[in-house]
Design a protein around this ligand. Sequence first.
Ligand SMILES: C[S@@+](CC[C@H](N)C(=O)[O-])C[C@H]1O[C@@H](n2cnc3c(N)ncnc32)[C@H](O)[C@@H]1O
Length: 270
Amino acid sequence: MFSALRKYLLIPRLIRLSSAAPKDPRTAWDQFWGNIRSTGATGDVLWDSGSDHELNGYLPKLAHLDPALPVVDVGCGNGSFTRLLAQHFPHALGLDYSANAVDRARQEAADITTASFAVCDMTAPDAAQTVATALQESGWTGDANVFIRGVLHVLDRDGRSALAANLLPVVGTRGSVFLAETNFPGTPVDYVSHLGATRKSIPGPLEWAIRGLPMPGRFGAKQRAKAFPTADWNLVEEGSASIETRPLSNPSAPDVIPGYYALLRARQPS
Ligand SMILES: C[S@@+](CC[C@H](N)C(=O)[O-])C[C@H]1O[C@@H](n2cnc3c(N)ncnc32)[C@H](O)[C@@H]1O
């Protein structure tokens, strides 16, 4: 009984660490990306495993996307998935509202001619126009596929709905949305304990995130149904996913956060 409760002794430390994070989420994300020293399997970024293993698990589902269309990686961060997606689609456009993330993603993809990046707040009213302009600059017009990983669970309910609505003109009639999000079922204390935090120590990349960023929520079928209403979207497929982190507990294997995936298409007028 006492050992089950011991994790709650972490709370004062979590409050102390997170109290310095900027209150405005965009400022927090931009500061976070500006402070990152390295990425990948030994880097500072909690959700960057440095491996293609998670994306490879999604490939059978991504096979339902039109392979002739470009893919837009919404909330791309340092672009680790954008770079992988560029191997499977004719072009991959990574978008993030943090200019520091986009700078970093551009540097990390410098040798990939079919990847490009732009700054874009995907919840903003002009987001679809920004996407169209960025695609055009890379020689693409018309419908696109959309890939989202680990973004909706950091947005509030209004942000999730605004982002989803902005995707309708991006996917048009031919594109699809594939999303994969963390859907951890417990409290923030359970979440950080799951990733190895104890009262005595917290894995470096997890501490980095706790210090700099708002505490994430979860995104599963319930949140998807609200953000992607059936009046606008057809749900093609959904299920559980495993979101891989940078190795924390074992240097040679990623840790895993329980997640959720969905494949959606815009509903067409009948
Ligand atoms: C947890 S990271 C995931 C990064 C990347 N998708 C990955 O899986 O490696 C979330 C990213 O979403 C970005 N983000 C959050 N809200 C956004 C918004 N409204 N528009 C664009 N990007 C956003 C953040 O800046 C951050 O880079």
